[in-house]
Design a protein. Structure first.
Length: 360
């Protein structure tokens, strides 16, 4: 498997590998296209998406001595304060792990971002997790800060990509509030046409907002601690939709790991009951985790060694995952935020193959 280097011509036309945990591995896989997604869901099912828009969270600048620094925002801490990961000289064209460390910046150190240093900030806290992880307080707040971020910032991106990504390329079709620091990319293939096709079939969809953080920092110790705690907000309408789906016997399908973390993290906070409201979760989904709210997941394609792929083990057994990894490798699936998709859902392949071919 190799990373996708560019965005597809059509967001809703990438490969989709469907895994049905109720079937033996040999018969529990089917490759199709994301346009066929409605064929694998049933009336009464609920799709839950993360509607966070992606921020231009990469800020290039310099410290007070003129040394180059890139700040990648990772969490909002207040009106003008953000947690950020600092990197040294270079840009996204270099592998993150090959970038030099940032200069040692004590609390109180000043930074300027933008080609002309338009946006100022100072270091107000340093994390014990890594010298790269700091809290920045910007010189402006409110509308002025948001205008400056969008003027000088760029989307966070990595060296496997072919060119600078415009901000629109890292947004889902339904993106709303600018909360995410990297794109909640599992939902990227969901066009409005595909969502309407699901609605016509009787599949509902609901939204929550989750602040997706960084996937890599260049610091092995900090990378091992990812994902860091991330905030979420679950509307009362989404809680009702989950309850109604359960009452109808429908399945709850999370679009991406951020939705799993928000729903399951919120439920864990309240003894297994899903409640509306704001929160923060540091939940890590492991093979031993047993979801209480989510029945299945639509995910981007990831290589077996990656944590995002390992999360699928909470929804599928090791034999099915091994078969899926082997199929994806042989078929040349594309990974990461602009790549192909995987669906893990019990009962997804109950539809006859002839109907699936017609749908795709």
């Amino acid at each position: 498997m190799r990373p996708a280097r560019d965005y597809p011509v059509r967001r809703d036309d990438v490969r989709l590998l469907v895994m049905d945990p109720r079937l033996p591995p040999r018969g529990g896989l089917r490759e199709t296209r994301t346009r066929a997604l409605p064929a694998f869901l049933a009336p009464g099912d609920l799709l839950v998406v993360n509607d966070a828009a992606t921020l231009p969270a990469s800020l290039a600048g310099a410290d007070g001595a003129g040394r180059p620094v890139e700040a990648r925002l990772v969490a909002a801490r207040g009106e003008r304060r953000f947690a950020a990961v600092l990197l040294g000289a270079g840009d996204w064209r270099q592998r993150t792990e090959d970038r030099p460390a940032p200069p040692e910046l004590p609390v109180g150190a000043s930074l300027r971002f933008g080609a002309r240093g338009e946006l100022g900030a100072r270091v107000v806290a340093r994390s014990s997790l890594s010298p790269r992880l700091v809290d920045l307080e910007f010189a402006v707040a409110g509308d002025a800060l948001w205008a400056a971020l969008y003027a000088v910032g760029r989307p966070v991106q990595y060296s496997y990509l072919a060119h600078d990504l415009p901000l629109w390329a890292v947004q889902t079709a339904y993106a709303a509030r600018p909360w995410s620091f990297e794109m909640p990319s599992a939902g990227r293939p969901l066009s409005w046409e595909l969502l309407l096709a699901l609605r016509r079939k009787g599949v509902r969809w609901a939204a929550l907002t989750h602040a997706a953080g960084l996937s890599a920092t260049g610091d092995p110790g900090l990378d091992a601690a990812l994902p860091l705690a991330e905030r979420y907000q679950i509307p009362a309408a989404t809680v009702r939709a989950v309850g109604e789906a359960r009452a109808r016997g429908g399945r709850v399908v999370a679009v991406g790991t951020t939705v799993v973390r928000a729903l399951e993290g919120a439920a864990a906070t309240h003894g297994g009951a899903l409640r509306a409201g704001d929160g923060e979760t540091d939940l890590r989904i492991t093979p031993a985790f047993r979801p209480r709210i989510v029945d299945g997941i639509l995910s981007g394609a990831h290589a077996p060694a990656e944590s995002h792929f390992q999360l699928l083990s909470a929804f599928a057994g090791p034999a099915l995952l091994a078969a899926a990894a082997d199929h994806a490798e042989r078929a040349g699936f594309l990974t990461h935020e602009l790549g192909d998709s995987m669906l893990v859902l019990p009962g997804a392949l109950a539809t006859p193959p002839s109907a699936l071919r017609a749908a795709s």
